[in-house]
Design a protein around this ligand. Sequence first.
Ligand SMILES: Cc1cc2nc3c(=O)[nH]c(=O)nc-3n(C[C@H](O)[C@H](O)[C@H](O)COP(=O)(O)O)c2cc1C
Length: 179
Amino acid sequence: MRAVIVYESMFGATRQVAEAISEGLGGPDVARVVPVQEATPEVLATADLLVVGGPTHVHGMARPRSRRAAVEMTERPGKRLKMEPGAAGPGLREWFDQMSATYLPAAAAFDTKVGGPWLFTGRASHRIARLLKKHGARPIARPRSFLIAHDEPAPGQLDAARTWGQVLRAAVGAHQAVA
Ligand SMILES: Cc1cc2nc3c(=O)[nH]c(=O)nc-3n(C[C@H](O)[C@H](O)[C@H](O)COP(=O)(O)O)c2cc1C
């Protein structure tokens, strides 16, 4: 099984979650972690499983305006946030917009968001899941949110991401055994 985990991240929290999911899936030999800017069709073609995640911004997926707001946050006095390379975009939204593939493999979506019911916070993962499906992916898990506190993955969330990676691996294995 080969997995590719594509992520968008402003301050690094979603990248950390992506890396933890990769560990759960079996580590770098099995699961490659790729920032969205590097997720070319050639990279996707290597995957039996595609996992896609990004930060929740203004109740949904990041857009150019929310990315600019994120950049401005790093400039506030007292904020020690550092932008990820490529954080200014293009991000997942644009990646899906220009995607020509109409067939993607088994897939799962995740997001990072602040704590609280999604009705109040929103969640990017449901839209990501819809876009994956639109491009022909076969969902193998429900969209999943991981929580952020003080701009970092909240305590226990990286462990939860590793466990989710194991669950995804088992789900792909079960399908491959049947197919
Ligand atoms: C402009 C902006 C808007 C945000 N809006 C939301 C939101 O509506 N709901 C939410 O749960 N978190 C929101 N957040 C918090 C982000 O989800 C959080 O910064 C992100 O998960 C951190 O991941 P990253 O470091 O990978 O960017 C927002 C953050 C920014 C910068």
